[in-house]
Structures are given as C-alpha cells and as structure tokens.
Design a protein around this ligand. Sequence first.
Ligand code: MEV
Length: 302
Amino acid sequence: MARAHGKAILLGEHGVVFGRPALAVALDRGVVARATAVASTSDCTLHIEPWGVTVVPDASSSRDLDRAFAALLDAYREAPRVRVEARTELPGGAGLGSSAALSVAVLRAIDELLGIERMIAEVIACSLAWERVFHGAPSGIDSALAAEGGILVYRKGEAPEVVSAPKPFRICVGDTGERSSTRSMVDAVARLRERNRAKIDLVFDSMAALVRNGRLAIEAGDHAAVGQLLDLNHALLASLMLSTEVVESMCASARGAGAFGAKVTGAGGGGCVIALAPGKEDDVIEAWKAAGRDAWISEVGA
Ligand code: MEV
C-alpha cells in the first residue's frame, strides 16, 4: 500500500507561481493506493474512491484525469499492466493538494508492484507531468509536499528546503464547501499582475518576507508569531481578490475562538481555511462545525 500527503500552504501561495518562496506543511490526510497486475495494457485502469471514478490512460481523451494518468505512465519504459485502486481522504479542488497526492500515491503503488525505486526529485517530476494536465504551469509545491512530507520552504525549480520544528504541532483545517479551479485562480492573479505589475510584485515580495520570518518562527517554536504571519498573508491574498465571504467568516470565527491566526490556503476563491490555535483547536473546530463546515485537526511536522 502506497501513501502520499495532502498539503497546506502556510505562507506564500500564488507568489510561488511567480518565483517567490512559499512555506507549506504536509497534512496527515492524503491518498492511499494499491496496484495489482493485470493481463494486458488494455486492462490498465485507475479507480478512485470515494469519487467512484474509473480512469484509463488516454492521452487524447477529453477527460483531464485520463490524460493525466497517461502522462504519469510516461514515467515507465513500457506501459505497465496494472490496475490501481486509490482512496483519497482529501476534498478535491479545495487547496489541499489532492491531485498531486493522488499522482504520487498512484506512482508509488505501481513502483512498489514493479520493484522500482526512485529519488524524490524524480517522483516530483513525474507528479508534475500529471499536474500540468490540470493546472497548466503549477509551481510544483503540491507535488513536493506530496512526495516529501514534513515542512518545506519551496521555490519553483529549486530543491525544497526542509524546515525543522522543535516539536510537531497541530493546525485546524476547515472546508468552506466552495470549490475553485487552481488554473482559473492563477490566471486571475496573472491578469491582475498584467494590469499592475509593480503593485502585484510588491505583494509577492511582501509574502516572501513573511515566508522568511515564518520559517524562523517555526524553527523557534514561536506559534504566536506564526499566527500573526498567517493573518498578514491572508490580508495580502484578500488584496488579490482570493477570499470569499465564507472564508472571511471562517477566519473571523477561528480568531474569535482563540486562534493566533487564520487564512485561506492554496489557490483561494473558497476551498479550505487553516488556523493555528495551540490548545484551542477543539474550540475552532466546534465554531466551524456549528456553522455547518467540515473541519478537522491535522498534526504537522511529525
Ligand atoms: C498551489 O496549491 C497554490 C498556488 O500557489 C498554485 C501553485 O503553486 O501552483 C496558487
């Protein structure tokens, strides 16, 4: 059985598409997958639960998932004769890297069956081939976290830097129930930048400064400081029009329940909100659930 992590970006989403660093953590929820041998390549399928979707590798299909599966299987010298059963514990289109986690779990399940061992950089490269089908030009941060886990500072095109927290900590993850496409949110930010490059680059530079400080705060175990940085990053994302009313209300209720900070995570336009609330996690989750949102606590940095 192979496993890959979901992720939450603490600081720096969108800036990371434009070459700035971002700081992200792997979640303890992810995707599990198992591959079994089949008689012929024409029987090759990927079945994904709980979506109840069956995918075939087909580079000319109109379905993104079929083309992504075909792109992932390009990693093999010969088309593998496998059936893969995958189960995702992550909501899709919610900013938690479910697509990258799926690709890494599927690749690892097939590798496990065929006795193939890959370096992490190669796993990330294969996952990116899958991700490009959905997201056009992803930064690669989702694939890096899915493959490597832990806490990373990531900059496009560079090896991820591992960040060590003095001890594992917990974050609250709440789902707005609103869905957005990463590609269209990234495109919207790119259009804003075309209209006012100096201003948007300043926003990205400010995020990069938050990432540098966030790394130091995590390494020092200073969660109050990390919380403040989450709030600042959220304000910058909201200035890029990536927040929604539900996101704002969930961030406000998390802060009201005692969180040090809260923000939208990932592409925005809905999706998930994260909060850092040491000792008050249950209060945050209760506040979100009382408003009808799905929410859970994830341990990070273990
Ligand atoms: C990824 O989860 C979020 C974005 O930064 C896009 C990317 O990094 O590819 C918005």
